[in-house]
Design a protein around this ligand. Structure first.
Ligand SMILES: [Cu+2]
Length: 497
C-alpha cells in the first residue's frame, strides 16, 4: 500500500478521499490498494482463565450534559460509556455493534495487548463498517486505570470514550470507595462537530477566531507565563488549538455536577482519566491534599500534592482522606476559560458554586514526569540495544504536524527488533505541549523509571525513554491531541521480521 492510501485509510473520519475510494481498492493488489485483515484470530482460553465479556453499541444519540442537550455519537446513551472492568490475566472479549453512520474501531488505550486487538484501522484491522459488528479479544496483562475510544478520525472528540479498569488480584484495595473521574472537553452538537473543527483548523491554519463556527483559540496562544490564572505559570506554552464551550467530569457540566458520596474520614481512590482531545487539566480537590499512587496504571512512589497536571490520554490514581462537608473536585483547563467540576459530598453544607477555584490550583502543581516508579514498576535494568529519535514537529499555520519532519504516511516507520531494549529520544521541536502516546508497550522514563504509555512533552523538551520490544506487530505512536494526530503527528513502530 502506498503511503497516501494508508493515510486516507487512517483518516477515515475526515472524509477526504471518501470511504468509497477505499472500498473500491480494498482487496485488490498493487499501487493504492489497502491491506485487508479479515476477522482477528480467536484467542484460546487457558485453564482456569476468567472471561470478561461485554457488548457495546456505538450510535448517534442525544445526551444531557446537565442542562445542555447535545446531538453526538456515544457508546449507548451516555458519555462516558460503560465501564469495562476485568482482572489482570483475564481474557477480555468485547463485541461492538457499529450503528454509527461512519466507520469506527476501538483502541484499548494503554493496554499492552496483542496487535490484532489494538483497534487501528489500516495498521491492525479493517475499519468496522456501519451496520456491522466486530469482536475484540485480548488478555490485559497489567493492572491499572485505562480507557477505550475509537481510533478513527476525530471520533474521540465526540462522546465515544469510556473507562476500562484492570484490577490487580494481589492488590488489597486499602480504601473505602473508588471514584472514576473522567475528564473531557466538549464541542460536539453545540453548532459544530469535531470534523468541522478539524476542517477549520486545516483551512484557517489554526488561527481562526470567532465567526459562525463558534471560535477557535488562536488568541489563546502565547499565554505562557502570564500568571493570569491558576494555570498561567505552568510549563506548557501554548494552550491548545480549540475553544470548547463545555468541560465535563463524568459527562456533566459544573452547574449540574456529578455527586460522589462518602462518609467523613473515609479514604477514597480517585481514578482520573483525561479523555479530552485538546485540553491539559489541573486537578484539585478543594480543602484536601491528595496522594498520587499510580501513573498510566503503574504504581509510583506515593507523592502528596494539592494539585496535579494531566495531559490528554494520561491517567493518574490518587488517594485522599475526606473531610466533612461538600467539596469541589475541579479540573481547570490549562490556558482556557471555564472548568470541569464534580462534587464530593460527605456531609451537609451548601455545594460550592460552579465557578469555585480551590486554592490548591494555585500550586505547587505536580507534573507527572517528576514522579518516580516503584521498584516493581521499573523495567528490568538493561542497556539499550538501539536508539531512535522521535522528534515532534510542526506548527499551527499552516496546520501541519508531524514526526521526524513529515506527516504520518510520509515519515519512515521506527523499526524495532524483537527482544531488544530500545531507547527513544522523544523531543518536542514545537512551541506547544504534546502528550506522546505509544501503543502496545509501556515505556520507562530514563532515570526515574516512571512507567507510562503517554507522556507530556513541554515545548522544546526532550524526554529519553526506553521500552522492551516484546510485543511483535505494527503499532501506532502519536500525539494524543487528536487534532494533531489527525493532521499527521503519528509514526508507526514496526517490528522487523
Ligand atoms: Cu500534539
Amino acid at each position: 500500500m502506498n503511503s497516501l492510501s494508508r493515510r486516507r485509510l487512517l483518516l477515515g473520519g475526515l472524509g477526504i478521499a471518501g470511504a468509497g475510494a477505499l472500498a473500491a481498492c480494498s482487496g485488490t493488489k498493487g499501487a493504492g490498494s489497502a491491506p485487508t485483515f479479515g476477522p482477528p484470530s480467536p484467542v484460546r482460553t487457558t485453564a482456569g482463565q476468567r472471561v470478561t465479556t461485554a457488548r457495546l453499541v456505538a450510535k448517534a444519540t442525544t445526551l444531557d450534559l446537565g442542562g445542555p442537550q447535545v446531538a453526538t455519537w456515544a457508546y449507548g446513551d451516555k458519555a462516558p460509556g460503560p465501564l469495562i472492568r476485568a482482572t489482570a490475566g483475564d481474557l477480555v472479549r468485547i463485541t461492538i455493534d457499529n450503528q454509527l453512520p461512519a466507520d469506527t474501531s476501538i483502541h484499548w488505550h494503554g493496554i499492552a495487548l496483542r496487535n490484532a486487538a489494538d483497534g487501528v484501522p489500516g495498521m491492525t484491522q479493517d475499519p468496522i463498517k456501519p451496520g456491522t459488528s466486530y469482536t475484540y479479544e485480548f488478555v490485559a496483562p497489567d493492572p491499572g486505570t485505562y480507557f477505550y475510544h475509537p481510533h478513527v478520525g476525530v471520533q474521540l472528540d465526540r462522546g465515544l470514550y469510556a473507562p476500562l479498569v484492570i484490577d490487580d488480584p494481589r492488590e488489597p484495595g486499602a480504601y473505602d470507595h473508588e471514584y472514576l473521574v473522567v475528564l473531557d472537553d466538549w464541542v460536539d452538537g453545540t453548532g459544530r462537530t469535531p470534523d468541522d473543527v478539524l476542517q477549520q483548523l486545516i483551512t484557517k491554519g489554526g488561527s481562526a477566531t470567532g465567526g459562525g463556527m463558534g471560535g477557535m483559540s488562536g488568541m489563546d496562544h502565547g499565554s505562557m507565563g502570564t500568571g493570569s490564572g491558576p494555570t498561567g505559570t505552568s510549563p506548557f506554552g501554548d494552550s491548545g488549538d480549540v475553544t470548547y464551550p463545555h468541560f465535563l467530569i463524568n459527562g456533566r457540566v459544573p452547574t449540574a455536577p456529578d455527586v460522589l458520596r462518602a462518609k467523613p474520614g473515609q479514604k477514597v481512590r480517585l481514578r482520573v482519566i483525561n479523555a479530552a482531545s485538546d485540553t491539559i487539566f489541573t486537578v484539585a480537590l478543594g480543602g484536601h491534599r491528595m496522594t498520587v499512587t499510580h501513573s498510566d496504571g503503574f504504581p509510583v512512589q506515593p507523592t502528596e500534592t494539592g494539585a496535579f497536571y494531566i495531559g490528554m490520554g494520561e491517567r493518574y490514581d490518587a488517594t485522599v482522606t475526606l473531610g466533612d462537608g461538600a467539596f469541589p473536585l475541579v479540573a481547570a483547563p490549562f490556558g482556557k476559560q471555564g472548568q470541569a467540576m464534580a462534587l464530593i459530598r460527605t456531609g451537609t453544607g451548601s455545594a460550592p458554586p460552579a465557578t469555585v477555584r480551590p486554592a490548591e490550583l494555585r500550586g505547587p502543581v505536580l507534573l507527572g514526569t517528576s514522579l518516580v516508579a516503584t521498584d516493581a514498576a521499573r523495567l528490568e535494568k538493561k542497556s539499550a540495544d538501539s536508539t531512535a529519535a522521535v522528534q515532534l514537529t510542526g506548527q499551527m499555520a499552516p496546520y501541519a504536524w508531524g514526526i521526524n519532519g513529515a506527516k504520518f504516511g510520509d515519515n519512515d516507520p521506527i523499526v524495532l527488533t524483537e527482544g531488544n531494549r530500545v531507547r527513544l529520544d522523544l523531543t518536542n521541536m514545537t512551541m506547544m505541549t504534546h502528550p506522546f502516546h505509544i501503543h502496545g508497550h509501556t515505556f520507562g522514563v530514563i532515570g526515574s523509571g516512571l512507567r507510562k504509555d503517554t507522556v507530556l512533552l513541554p515545548p522544546m523538551a526532550s524526554i529519553p525513554v526506553e521500552l522492551q520490544a516484546d510485543n511483535v506487530g505494527n503499532w501506532a505512536a502519536h500525539c494524543h491531541n487528536i487534532y494533531h494526530a489527525e493532521a499527521g503527528m503519528m509514526v508507526e513502530l514496526k517490528y522487523q521480521r
